[in-house]
Design a protein around this ligand. Structure first.
Ligand code: C2O
Length: 535
């Protein structure tokens, strides 16, 4: 194991896309930001120095941060922001994980431009459980707004309505030639005939789940969220914000130029977004003048594809990489996901859209929840988040309009150390059904079941996959359906859980788990680092 050091300077830089130039927040002036390359077992020290006029915090999405929430990064959950002119060193060990993850700003909408990949190579001498690729490449999706992202967010808050959708999707920060002025902002991957490539695909988009395909080439999925899967071959992958997917691609087609394309999956009523980001897979020796071929992508509302794709995702569950699925559940949680309307005196219409879990809209605290928990500071949060919704109703049928209003609160759930938890996330028809990629910090979980309609606690658990369910850190709750996850609460601390659609996070679709210390000293949270940003 080694110590890897990185310096992240938060700087504003002028970048032009789609015929517009604008200042954006970056790490080291790069967009997307630098890749963090580490090996399983390494200690990583990232010094973040903030030279911009925005408050900053960085989250290492998918790293478990065992007993070390101080390095997790979500602002006001595990730390206060790094203010202008200040620094903080994220200091963490990469233990028991290998694969592709990513990092991003975890404050307001700044992750629109502040994001990058994390590559964790397996321990020396440990090969991948799939053919060694000739070369690997990072493919990271994003969203680009021509206007200032902070203004977009503020506009949304003022109207109480969704702000403008992004102007483009991007691949490695580039929208590709289907967008205006974007010929030169096109990512190209050069390949050699008969060689195999590992693509580390990351969805860093703020609000869109994406289909991705490469014309003429299949992909073999081998890993999701830094966990190996049973390999399967597909023309198209589906990836929600927050998720990562590693695929192998064989360059065995007629040498040519082929488009890689990403476009939103949108099966909720009234959602339309057809913007297609493209990049080019180019065989060595083929001139740039050859017109690339476009891949066929599923229709934007192809729910059937989404269901069958997600059903193919299985943990590898080899002797070396076991899926340790909790078979007995100590704590049953059932959370409804609702969109709703709350009064808003400062909003243009006097109301605003909100989002809630069990009818509670989470209110951000003024100091970090982890500090409040560790130092026993009273009055910051309440430990009374309900295990079940206030009134059971026909969640995906006729909505109870009374449920459209929500109660506000910084309310979280207390979980006993090492207990096994089952959480069912149920989408509802409050306002509208929609799919929600849920992300839990500090843990991977097993996706033991999913379905359309209302979760049936009598019948559905009998159908759970407790053998090789996918293990991940972000999972989609299907439009008008439910998803059940299980995990063992063996990582003490305060761990954020939220919808990874930034729009919904901002509306309050979030809460946290306070996982208590165990009895032994090695079952407790580490003490905080000296340079932890003060509030
Ligand atoms: Cu990728 Cu709480 O975030």
């Amino acid at each position: 194991a080694a110590v890897k050091r990185y310096q992240f300077d938060i700087q504003v830089k002028n970048v032009s896309r789609l015929c517009h130039a604008k200042p954006i927040v970056t790490v080291n002036g790069r967009f997307p930001g630098p890749t963090v390359y580490v090996r399983e077992g390494d200690r990583v020290l990232v010094n973040v120095t903030n030279h911009a006029r925005y408050n900053m915090s960085i989250h290492w999405h998918g790293l478990k941060q065992f007993r070390n929430g101080w390095a997790d990064g979500p602002a006001y959950i595990t730390q206060c922001p790094i203010k202008t002119g200040h620094s903080y060193t994220y200091d963490f060990n990469v233990t028991g994980q290998r694969g592709t993850l990513w990092w991003h700003a975890h404050i307001l909408w700044l992750r629109a431009t502040v994001y990058g990949a994390i590559v964790i190579m397996p321990k020396p001498g440990t090969p991948f459980p799939f053919p060694q690729p000739h070369r690997e490449e990072i493919i990271i999706f994003g969203e680009w707004w021509n206007n200032d992202v902070e203004d977009i967010e503020k506009q949304g808050n003022k109207l109480g309505l969704p702000p403008n959708a992004s102007d483009a999707h991007t691949i490695n920060g580039k929208p590709g030639p289907l967008f205006p002025c974007s010929e030169k902002h096109t990512f190209t991957l050069e390949v050699e005939q008969a060689k195999t490539y590992l693509l580390r695909i990351i969805n860093a988009a703020l609000n869109d789940e994406l289909f991705f395909a490469i014309a003429g080439h299949n992909m073999t999925v081998v890993e999701i969220d830094a966990v190996y899967t049973k390999p399967f071959t597909t023309q198209t992958i589906l990836i929600a914000p927050g998720q990562t997917t590693n695929v192998l691609v064989q360059a065995t087609q007629t040498p040519n130029r082929y488009f890689m394309a990403a476009r939103p999956f949108m099966d909720a009523p009234l959602s339309i977004d057809n913007k297609t980001a493209t990049a080019i897979l180019q065989y060595k020796g083929i001139p740039n003048t050859v017109l690339p071929l476009l891949p066929q992508l599923p229709e934007p509302n192809d729910t059937a594809f989404a269901r069958s794709y997600n059903a193919k995702l299985r943990s590898l569950n080899s002797p070396q990489f076991q899926a340790n699925v909790p078979l007995i559940v100590d704590r049953h949680l059932f959370y409804t996901i609702g969109l709703g309307i709350n009064p808003c005196p400062t909003c243009l219409n006097g109301t605003k859209l909100t989002a809630s879990l069990n009818n509670i809209t989470f209110v951000m605290p003024q100091i970090g929840l982890l500090q409040a928990h560790y130092f026993n500071i009273k009055g910051v949060f309440r430990l009374d988040f309900p295990d079940n919704p206030p009134t059971p109703f026909n969640y995906t049928g006729a909505p109870l309009t009374a449920n459209l209003g929500t109660t506000l609160g910084t309310r979280v759930s207390k979980i006993a150390y090492n207990s096994t938890v089952q959480l069912v996330l149920q989408d509802t028809n409050l306002l509208t059904v929609e799919s929600h990629p849920f992300h839990l910090h500090g843990y991977n979980f097993f996706v033991v079941g999913t379905g359309i309609g209302n979760f049936d606690p009598k019948r559905d658990p009998a159908k759970f996959n407790l053998v090789d369910p996918p293990e991940r850190n972000t999972v989609g709750v299907p439009t008008g359906g439910w998803t059940a996850i299980r995990f063992r609460a063996d990582n003490p601390g305060v761990w954020f859980m939220h919808c990874h659609l930034e729009l919904h996070t901002g509306w309050g679709l979030k809460t946290a788990f306070v996982v208590e210390n165990g009895k032994l000293p090695d079952q407790s949270i580490f003490p905080p680092p000296k340079d932890l940003p003060p509030c």
